[in-house]
Write a protein that binds this ligand. Structure first.
Ligand SMILES: [Zn+2]
Length: 436
């Protein structure tokens, strides 16, 4: 369906579509068996490679032969479909390549307790995906049978009205709250030309007190409720204390008790719920923003560097370690990096532009006169210009930053080679742009 014979190759974008599966209890336990078999196979490969000298690492083909034979002789391995076995081997080889390329750590054993179970179904044709009705779909999983899943998003190429494209395979993943089907999809790119979105420009400042502040006077703040309700947060804290207590009193060298395992599962389920709510809000808010605005300015933030520990070393201890780690947690809870990624592709699909601008001074600069002064920032929340000729403010500090980000983004977009200057272009009085 993607390429007909003789048709020129059209550009595709790859994306994942993650849908919740509802296996029956016996299907779920068979899936878990497959997941553990995949994990065990990984460990066997790792042991083999680690135990023998690397020069004795046989070729891909020999390892494949060994796995085929193993599937015939070993009951625990036979539960894992042949193609999923090959996929484990490919991933293991890939893990070493990434490690030797320097992008990842050394491959490790996959312990039962810390491994997220997953099984690959590399060929989409094996899945025989059908849609039963508006809400439910069904797939064939090798050695499992037909399993239902929730049709919460359209699958490219399968439904009328869905984006043109196809699914190329899937991965079955067990999260804390159940099994998910992650489809690998290729969509034919039919995005309008970049910059063709007729909507206005906006600047967005990402904060911790207010998740997003914008330069749009009609929608200055984009908020969300707490990811966990007070009762749920309380329960999480209680469970975390409980598992700490269980860890302290566990006899050394003994396997983890069933009670402790259960506490860990309960904690993981709460974290999964938090993650699901956050991701849901992010999807909704980025779609709204991408629909509404043609140009979106955003701060270039290096989340990884920002959330690096402030602890420092024993010789040079860091400053304000506790405050920094609290802020780190708040930043990670917001999932900024992910939000920016989502905003990038949702805007592109609609012909909009996402323009990251340097973050330097956007919070200390006056959006009306361009005066830069740390004292402009009266507090975390309030901005008031110290330039006696201007006197802009007091206004919300995040909104002032958002105005600056919009100005810088407009400037950067009109001059693709030059970065935004730190001085404001058009002066602004109380949010209205007036000629300089
Ligand atoms: Zn000013």
């Amino acid at each position: 369906m993607l390429y007909r014979m003789g048709e020129a190759k059209r550009p595709v974008t790859r994306r994942m579509v993650k849908l919740r599966m509802y296996p029956t209890p016996s299907q779920a336990s068979a899936l878990a068996d497959q997941g553990h078999a995949a994990r065990a196979l990984w460990n066997v490969l790792h042991e083999w490679y680690d135990f023998h000298a690397p020069s004795r690492w046989s070729s891909f083909k020999e390892a494949d032969e060994a796995i085929r034979q193993g599937r015939r002789e070993l009951a625990w391995l036979a539960v894992l479909p042949a193609q999923a076995c090959q996929q484990v081997l490919k991933q293991y080889a890939q893990a070493w390549q990434s490690h030797l390329g320097g992008s990842r750590g050394r491959p490790r054993y996959r312990a039962r307790s810390r491994t997220k179970l997953s099984v690959d179904v590399p060929q989409a044709s094996a899945l025989k995906t059908v849609r039963l009705n508006r809400k439910w779909g069904e797939v064939s999983l090798p050695l499992i049978g037909r399993v239902r899943f929730r049709y919460s998003r359209e699958l490219p190429g399968l439904d009328r009205g869905a984006p043109e494209g196809r699914t190329t395979g899937a991965r079955l993943v067990r999260e804390a709250d159940g099994w998910y089907l992650v489809f690998r999809c290729e969509c034919i790119r039919t995005s309008p030309a970049p910059g063709s979105h007729p909507g206005p420009a906006v600047g967005i400042d990402r904060g911790v007190a207010v998740p997003l502040a914008t330069s749009d006077r009609d929608h200055p703040y984009l908020r969300h409720g707490p990811w966990l309700q007070p009762k749920e947060a309380e329960r999480l804290l209680r469970l975390e204390r409980k598992v700490a207590r269980q860890r302290r009193s566990a006899p050394p060298g003994k396997p983890v008790s069933r009670r402790q395992q259960r506490t860990c599962r309960q904690i993981a389920a709460l974290h999964a719920r938090e993650k699901r709510r956050r991701s849901d809000w992010q999807h909704k808010i980025t779609t709204t923003l991408a629909d509404r605005y043609g140009l979106i300015g955003i701060e270039k933030l290096h989340v990884a560097a920002m959330t690096a520990s402030a602890r420092g070393s024993a010789v040079q201890p860091g400053r304000a370690v506790a405050q920094k780690s609290g802020l780190n947690l708040a930043i990670r809870r917001e999932g900024w990096g992910r939000l920016q990624e989502m905003l990038e592709y949702t805007s592109r699909e609609r012909g909009g532009l996402l323009v990251p601008v340097p973050a330097a001074n956007t919070s200390r600069r006056c959006s009306a006169c361009g005066h830069v002064d740390a004292r402009n920032r009266k507090s975390q929340a309030v901005f008031a210009c110290t330039n006696p000729e201007c006197g802009y403010g007091p206004v919300n500090a995040d909104v002032n930053s958002a105005y600056n980000i919009e100005t810088d983004a407009l400037h950067a977009a009109s001059r693709p080679n030059g970065s935004a200057s730190s001085a404001a272009l058009g002066s602004r009085v109380d949010g209205r742009r007036v000629p300089a």
